[in-house]
Write a protein that binds this ligand. Structure first.
Ligand code: TXA
Ligand code: MG
Length: 318
């Protein structure tokens, strides 16, 4: 349990940014917007500050955190990447991509942030408020999604407060996240790309840049800790691939398959990704014990990550 505290809501103007940076530099935990989802930030160089993230979220400490920096240069100063990793970094950062590389020595990144691993997951977010905050703090920020462990990721400041009000120092308001899904997490084995989590960058795009499709981990090299099966879960049960939903139920449509909530009436996967977590929250609020029925979503492009999150939301709970 974290220490109960009043959570400040800060605007993203110069005053709010200065206050957020001051809190972070003092070792506090502050939620901030990125283009994927809201992150729960703390100085990645301080184990005391990072411990507050785990406490606020009730996150198991074997699950390592992503560190965020403002530029590709700062990222490459922290981790070593094989050639395909450097190609992805140059083409896709800033953006919804996380690369897991070997931590260079003497960088002062907290062991706790990495769950003791020799590697570090890094991301350069493409959101003006995240960029301004990282530059104001001047140090890498460790930041998981700003939700209680196992619950839906937040894409709006109100979502952050729903789970974490009274548990964190502040939330910085940057409006609604545009991508709406967490970053794609890529690791490496012998220079080959390993898919640790599908997300906001598609496999198709990665293939265009590197000529290689990421494969699953072999089990011998890079590990994917914390990929618990049930995750991103609303309270209500979920039924997937329902082509004819109950018209009175809390269903989530896509394209021509309608419902009270539709991820994208035109069948646009980017729009569906942006709306996914808010739609699950709305459906959860309407459900009253009834199952949330979700329309079929094609598994191409961003549909791969959407279906990954839906499968986890529908998995049996621990
Ligand atoms: O879009 C995102 O990635 C958001 C925003 C805030 O940046 N962050 C996020 O963090 O989703 P989190 O903690 O919810 O997910 C981090 C993922 C986990 O699956 C974790 O296991 C993996 O990254 N990860 C972190 N460090 C790792 C490492 N050294 N090796 C392998 N996987 C790692
Ligand atoms: Mg998360």
């Amino acid at each position: 349990m974290g220490v109960p505290q009043a959570t400040q809501s800060l605007g993203a103007g110069p005053d709010g940014l200065t206050q957020a940076a001051t809190l972070l530099r003092a070792g506090e935990v502050v939620a901030f917007p990125t283009e994927t989802v809201y992150g729960l930030g703390a100085m990645a160089t301080s184990s005391e500050a990072v411990a507050k993230i785990f406490a606020a979220k009730n996150r198991p400490q074997f699950n390592p955190l992503i560190a965020h920096v403002a530029s590709v240069d700062r990222a490459e100063a922290l981790i070593e990447l094989p050639p395909r990793g450097r190609a992805l970094a140059r083409a896709l950062w800033p953006g919804p991509l996380t690369l897991v590389g070997t931590l260079r020595p003497g960088k002062g990144i907290s062991d706790l942030a990495r769950a003791g691993l020799p590697t570090l997951a890094l991301r350069v977010p493409d959101h003006p408020v995240a960029q301004a905050l990282l530059r104001a703090v001047g140090k890498p920020l460790a930041a998981p999604s700003a939700n209680l462990s196992g619950q839906l990721s937040p894409t709006r400041p109100g979502d952050v407060l729903e789970g974490l009000d009274g548990r964190i120092a502040a939330v910085l308001d940057g409006g609604t996240c545009t991508v709406g899904l967490e970053s794609t997490v890529i690791g490496f084995e012998d220079g080959d790309l390993i898919m640790l989590r599908p997300g906001g960058v598609t496999v198709e795009r990665i293939y265009e840049i590197t000529g290689q499709r990421p494969r699953p981990p072999s089990g011998k090299g890079i590990v994917a800790p914390g990929q618990l099966t049930s995750h991103y879960a609303p309270r209500s049960p979920i039924q997937l691939n329902v082509a004819v939903p109950d018209p009175d139920g809390p269903s989530i449509g896509f394209g021509a398959v309608g419902g009270p909530i539709n991820l994208s009436p035109t069948g646009d996967l980017a729009e569906a990704a942006t709306n996914l977590y808010a739609a699950l929250r709305t459906a959860d609020g309407m459900a009253q014990g009834r199952p949330i029925q979700v329309a079929p979503i094609p598994s191409e492009g961003l549909g791969l990550a959407i279906n990954d999150r839906l499968a986890r939301a529908a998995a049996p709970r621990e």
